[in-house]
Write a protein that binds this ligand. Structure first.
Ligand SMILES: *Cc1c(COP(=O)(O)O)cnc(C)c1O
Length: 398
């Protein structure tokens, strides 16, 4: 047994941070790290953003929690703002991404049920997907390593190869209720679902009376340079799960729905104790204040280009370390030519934080308000890490 009282479910890096400012984190021993992990795309506006701190502390002095037995004005407001900015008419707030997905899955099944198709409950998903760690969302994600040892897989999820629309079409049965897809896979290795394939999924869903569900828990809230990644494709879903970036570090998730999709979700059929509480809503509204400011997303797209061009140069210079650059906006991936954990260690050696993903990728997810100077500094550190690794490869060959 290890010395910790905590579950051993996380292989933690032995670093403890004491405080943060913008894209920087400072350890308890005073060392500074450039944070291009952003709490896995959660700290969308970096650390200690004054507007978020003010919103949270102001709300903390007034009211923390009342339950969903009562009106929560901040919740209504955030719901209206999300609806106004998206395809959605209706919003259900949760505390996490997995709960947002659970709500989307339940809403899709319930939609079919109230429309006279109780037999339609199955959902088609795509390989490499990640939808969370609850029993239903590990079944949706379909990854054996997350399913093993947890009893029978929750019924009702059919998986097809990534972006394979023909396979998705073949997988449709009289029991299919919906299709679920990440417009950009995060954990799966920064894999963008091609626009033509998304358009065909939309057509298939329309033709067969299925709902299209997007999981934008990671790629949403400005990550790709648009408020939501689906805007790049010009394809709207019926349901969408969001979380991570919308809370800027405070636990918030939401399921967004069209009025038609949500019509079956009537009083009493679903609920949450903490979801949409006043503290979470104050922060969510504050995040939107910043992200929806005129020009903010254009700046994300502009900085992303600067970053991606720099990364492409590093990939060209060190092909023995980086095979390819993936992704859009500030959701970029280094497809590694050596084990990604080695690359991540080397980056950390340069005091730059990144996150490993599937498919041997390192994710780079800086805060959306990262500065040009910080991007240049990040590129210098990534270059130094790659040069060190390439030198080690060369030395081993000699
Ligand atoms: C992180 C993530 C989830 C799960 O979110 P939790 O808050 O950890 O439950 C679901 N889908 C995607 C795409 C994610 O990146």
């Amino acid at each position: 047994m290890s010395g910790s009282a905590l579950y051993e479910t996380f292989a933690r890096i032995p670093l403890a941070f004491d405080h943060g400012e913008g894209a920087w984190l400072v350890t308890d021993t005073g060392e500074r790290y450039l944070d291009f992990a952003a709490g896995i795309a959660v700290n969308s506006l970096g650390h200690g953003h004054p507007h978020l701190v003010a919103a949270l502390t102001e709300q903390a002095r007034k009211l923390w929690h009342v339950s969903n037995l009562y009106e929560i004005p901040g919740q209504s407001r955030l719901g209206e703002r999300l609806a106004a900015a998206t395809f959605a008419d209706k919003v259900f707030f949760t505390n996490s991404g997995a709960e947002a997905l659970e709500c989307a899955i339940k809403t899709a099944r319930r939609y079919q049920y109230v429309n006279g198709h109780p037999e339609r409950y199955r959902i088609i998903t795509f390989e490499g997907a990640f939808h969370g760690r609850t029993l239903a969302t590990i079944a949706a994600g379909g990854q054996q390593k997350y399913l093993e040892g947890f009893g029978p897989k929750v019924e009702g999820f059919d998986q097809v190869p990534f972006a394979d629309v023909d396979a998705a079409e073949k997988a449709i049965t009289p029991e299919t209720a919906a299709m679920l897809v990440e417009p950009v896979q995060g954990e799966g290795g920064i894999r963008t679902f091609p626009t033509p394939a998304l358009k065909r999924l939309r057509e298939l869903c329309d033709r067969h009376g299925l709902l299209l569900i997007f999981d934008e828990v990671q790629c949403g809230i400005g990550r790709t340079g648009k408020l939501f990644a689906y805007e790049w494709a010009g394809v709207a879903p019926d349901l969408m799960a969001i979380a991570k970036g919308i809370g800027g570090g405070f636990p918030v998730g939401a399921c967004l729905a069209t009025a038609a999709a949500a019509a079956g979700m009537t009083a009493g059929v679903h609920g949450t104790t903490f979801g949409g509480n006043p503290l979470a809503m104050a922060v969510g509204n504050a995040v939107l204040d910043v992200v929806l400011e005129d020009g903010f997303l254009d700046e994300v797209a502009r900085k992303a280009l600067l970053f991606k061009q720099g990364l492409a140069g590093i990939a060209d210079e060190f092909p023995e370390v980086v095979e390819e650059i993936r992704g859009t906006g500030l959701m970029l991936g280094l497809k590694c030519a050596m084990p990604n954990v080695k690359v991540n260690q080397a980056l950390r050696g340069q005091h730059l934080l990144a996150v490993p993903a599937g498919d041997n990728v390192i994710r780079l997810l800086p805060p959306l308000n990262v500065t040009d100077d910080e991007i240049r500094e990040g590129l210098n550190r990534i270059h130094a890490a790659a040069a060190g690794l390439a030198g080690a490869v060369a030395a081993a060959v000699e």
